[in-house]
Structure formats: structure tokens, C-alpha cells
Design a protein around this ligand. Structure first.
Ligand code: MG
Ligand code: FE
Length: 172
């Protein structure tokens, strides 16, 4: 006989995973923003998304608490450690800004997948409030992913121009 899980149990697990993912996002974005010097447009959009990310964490926390649980400290710490490792690895790269923008684009798509799954799970569990919270988070991730895709060429052009000029630093 196999054990069964109610949709609500998986939903709660995935909400806690998403909370850890947003902790990772905040750490990663904060380290990127604090290091950027010569790319003010990118930095400003990252700062906006840090604020959005904090709001997403709060939305997730509200859902997790309503389901009778709390965010997973262990998972949250794991996510932050991964983000810190990523930040450190960026510092040794000469093209940090380009790699950072690329990683950001990839990360947004992991978030888009996570919220798409959560929305589906919330529907299965009949949890309208969680569904709506995840739909709001999803909209912000899609907007950030689209912004990054639109601005990757311009970031690349600015990086290449700075790299080709002996008087300007390009990497961040
Ligand atoms: Mg997010
Ligand atoms: Fe995001």
C-alpha cells in the first residue's frame, strides 16, 4: 500500500520551496545591485525587483501561515548560501554584469515555472487566495524576465564599449 498526499500538502511544500527561492532571489539581486557601478538603468530595475521580491515573500508567508505552517528556515538558509556563492563567483569574472544579467534571466524563468506549478496546485486544492497570490507573483516575474530580455542587447553593447576603452571599467 502506498501513502497518499492531499493536494494541500504538496501545495504547502511548494509554497515553502518558493519562499526559499525568493530568499535566494533577494540575496542574489542585492549582491548584484550593490556591485553595479556603471550600469544605472540595470541597477534601477534590479532595485525595483528587490522591492517586488520582498512583497512576494510576504504574500507567500501569508499563504503558508494560513495553511497552518511557517517558512522553512533550513530551505531559506540553503537558498541564501547558493546565492552568496553565486555572488562570489561573479566577482572573479571580467564580464560580471553580462553574466549577472544572463543568470537573472534564467532565474526569472525558474520563478515563472514555480508559480505556474503553484497556481495549478492551488486550483487543485481549491485555494483561491493562494492562487491569486501566486498569480500576482507570476506577473512580476514575467515582467522582469521580459525587461531583461529586452535590455540584454543594450547591456552587452555598453559592456563591449566600456571594455574596448582603456579609460573605463566594464565588468560592473
Ligand atoms: Mg520572485
Ligand atoms: Fe523574480
Amino acid at each position: 500500500m502506498s501513502t497518499t498526499q492531499h493536494p494541500q500538502e504538496n501545495l504547502l511544500d511548494w509554497l515553502r520551496d518558493a519562499h526559499a527561492m525568493e530568499q535566494q532571489a533577494e540575496t542574489m539581486l542585492s549582491s548584484q545591485s550593490s556591485r553595479l557601478e556603471h550600469y544605472p538603468v540595470l541597477k534601477a530595475r534590479i532595485d525595483q525587483h528587490i522591492q517586488e521580491t520582498r512583497g512576494q515573500q510576504e504574500r507567500l508567508e501569508t499563504c503558508i501561515k494560513r495553511l497552518g505552517s511557517s517558512p522553512s528556515t533550513i530551505k531559506d538558509i540553503g537558498g541564501k548560501l547558493m546565492a552568496m556563492a553565486q555572488g562570489v563567483s561573479g566577482m572573479v569574472m571580467g564580464d560580471e554584469v553580462v553574466k549577472g544579467a544572463m543568470s537573472g534571466y534564467v532565474f526569472e524563468h525558474m520563478e515563472i515555472a514555480s508559480y505556474t506549478i503553484l497556481i495549478s496546485a492551488a486550483k487543485a486544492a481549491g485555494d483561491m487566495q493562494t492562487q491569486q497570490a501566486c498569480e500576482q507573483n507570476l506577473r512580476e516575474e514575467v515582467a522582469m524576465a521580459e525587461w531583461l530580455l529586452q535590455h540584454l542587447p543594450e547591456v552587452t553593447q555598453a559592456f563591449l564599449a566600456r571594455a574596448a576603452n582603456p579609460d573605463t571599467e566594464a565588468k560592473r
